[in-house]
Ligand binder design. Sequence first.
Ligand code: ITT
Length: 194
Amino acid sequence: MDRRKTVFFATSNIGKVEEAEITLKEYGILLLHLPMKLIEIQSDNLEEIAVFSAQKAWENQGKPLFVEDAGLFIKELNGFPGPYSSYVFKTISNEGILKLMSDKRNRAAYFQSVIAFCNGKSTTTFKGEVRGKISKEIRGGHGFGFDPIFIPEEGDGRTFGEMDISEKTAISHRTKALKKFAEWIKSLDYSKFI
Ligand code: ITT
């Protein structure tokens, strides 16, 4: 196995893995999925959550790995659901968000992604964001989570849910963070680092 080009991704979300595989492949990096439930602290800062989760996952697995924490931040809701995106999606889902937004004219929102890579000695983070707005109705069956209600600014008016995986990964918050991560991995002597 070429260790310089192999990274472990600890996550319970298969949708994230499928998207990350596409981007990392472009950099010649092989992604291996470590399916596990991450320990997440309560914080209003995605970076803090990601760093903690990565360190706990490293303690559990004993190998260099990365985690990714993502959230949807809606301007008119003062950034809600943000770091609570996972819980909010499980409880009120897209229908609940659309209800909260029903009387709002300003529908601006953004997705943020924070990757935290931990090798047991240090933890390094990479961020990505995509701006857009919340749609008026649920549209599209692709992707996961809030994809069917998020219209990216860089797109053509369709929601992420109406785009196939390659269209979403061309512009997504996750791809932006992954590209920074991949550039970093390529720039160091990974075999020594891990
Ligand atoms: P892991 O923590 O195990 O990686 P998770 O699904 O719980 O998986 P997060 O803690 O990052 O992931 O939760 C963020 C939630 O925000 C996630 O469950 C989705 O509902 C939503 N989300 C994150 N990224 C998204 C994306 O690219 N498109 C749509 N929704 C997304």
